[in-house]
Design a protein around this ligand. Structure first.
Ligand SMILES: Nc1nc2c(ncn2[C@@H]2O[C@H](COP(=O)(O)OP(=O)(O)OP(=O)(O)O)[C@@H](O)[C@H]2O)c(=O)[nH]1
Ligand SMILES: [Mg+2]
Length: 223
């Protein structure tokens, strides 16, 4: 019975996800969904990627959070449109919430939409938002056992950003071993080793994002 209910929820979600996808297509917007457990470094990654992204794209951010606007406040200095979604305790964003948030954005004026999902290493993986790519920020400080324990999240993304590599030795993490395990779980996904608080480690991630954006955004349009 429970399984049937969940199935229905996902079918409804996917239908609205498809509506969102059509809207993104119609307005020539490349959309990225960033997921991770709480505190893995999503907002830090955005803080250190937005200057580069803003120079190239007309960027907007949708921030997902249970109760606060703290992450949106951190991104305010970048002077881009930001829509805050508070899930009021809900552990993930769904397609309907994104559809609602899109009403607050001028879709004719953006071509890159970044969604920071609610911090959670389980539920967000199941909910299609209509995005073009999903990425996971995995902080190695959470422990080397996490990729296999939360394999559905690791296997369901286009890229894993292995974060906080500056803390690997302090946390006694064998970085190569962890990365090999992630590649086993998700052989087709990209893997980037980063310290989100250090821009020098973000070049590969940003050029990969550029390539993906180029595939979606029609050349010359809105750039
Ligand atoms: N040492 C180190 N600290 C980092 C790194 N990336 C993020 N942090 C720190 O980790 C903490 C959490 O980072 P956030 O960016 O807020 O994480 P988040 O995933 O956005 O958190 P939620 O939105 O609450 O789920 C902050 O204190 C960051 O400064 C990193 O690469 N190295
Ligand atoms: Mg955050």
């Amino acid at each position: 019975m429970e399984i049937k209910v969940l199935k229905n929820v996902l079918i409804k979600n996917n239908a609205i996800g498809n509506d969102n996808r059509l809207l993104f297509y119609k307005h020539n917007i490349f959309t990225l969904n960033i997921m991770s457990s709480p505190g893995a470094g999503k907002t830090t990654l955005l803080e250190n990627s937005l200057e580069y992204l803003n120079n190239k794209y007309k960027t907007a951010v949708i921030e997902g959070d249970l109760y606060t606007s703290r992450d949106a406040e951190r991104l305010a200095p970048y002077n881009i449109p930001i829509v805050q979604i508070n899930t009021d305790g809900g552990c993930h964003l769904d397609a309907r919430m994104i559809h609602g948030a899109l009403q607050s954005l001028d879709l004719n004026k953006i071509n890159l939409l970044v969604i920071e999902n609610v911090g959670n290493l389980v539920c967000p993986a199941s909910f299609d938002l209509g995005e073009h790519i999903k990425v996971l920020v995995y902080s190695i400080t959470e422990g080397a056992d996490k990729p296999k324990k939360y394999a559905s999240m690791f296997s369901n993304v286009d890229a894993v950003l292995v974060n906080k590599i500056d803390l690997a030795s302090i946390c006694n993490i064998d970085l190569e071993q962890v990365c090999n395990e992630i590649r086993e779980i998700n052989p087709k996904g990209e893997l980037f080793k980063i310290a989100a608080n250090n821009r020098n480690t973000l070049h590969e991630w940003l050029s990969w994002l550029d390539k993906k954006a180029e595939e979606i955004i029609t050349q010359g349009n809105k750039k």
